[in-house]
Design a protein around this ligand. Structure first.
Ligand SMILES: [Cu+2]
Length: 122
């Protein structure tokens, strides 16, 4: 096999891995369930990680935000569709409880919109 052949195969594998990663990021990380509750853990450090989360309609949702940084920008998180604005003290885990009554995508963000996330209800 030639070097070019090997490079081509590696490129195809790389593209495939990227595609899987991209698809997962677009469709959202799914919840861990605690009984009937859908639970997500989001780390706030430079970004929301994960930034896209996916839940099912009809079961309550808890999102645990842990802000592991002192950057002023991420101090508050907003869920405009639910009229929620919460402070995230550094180093603490703050839980936000939601009970969406319809399917769709609901954005969440810091006060300035630099940190962006999406909750997908399907
Ligand atoms: Cu901000």
């Amino acid at each position: 096999m030639t070097i070019i052949g090997i490079i081509l195969i590696l490129a195809v594998i790389g593209l495939y891995a990227f595609w899987i990663w991209y698809t997962k990021n677009q469709s959202g990380v799914s919840a861990k369930t605690e009984g009937e509750i859908q639970v997500f853990d989001i780390l706030v450090k430079g970004v929301y990680s994960p930034g896209v989360i996916a839940a099912k309609l009809g079961k309550p949702i808890k999102i645990n935000f842990k802000r592991d940084e002192s950057a002023e920008c991420s101090r508050f998180v907003n869920f405009p569709d639910f009229k929620i604005r919460k402070e995230l003290p550094e180093g603490k885990t703050i839980t936000i409880e939601l009970a969406p009554d319809k399917k769709g995508e609901f954005a969440f963000a810091c006060d300035m919109g630099m940190y962006q996330g999406r909750l997908i209800i399907g």
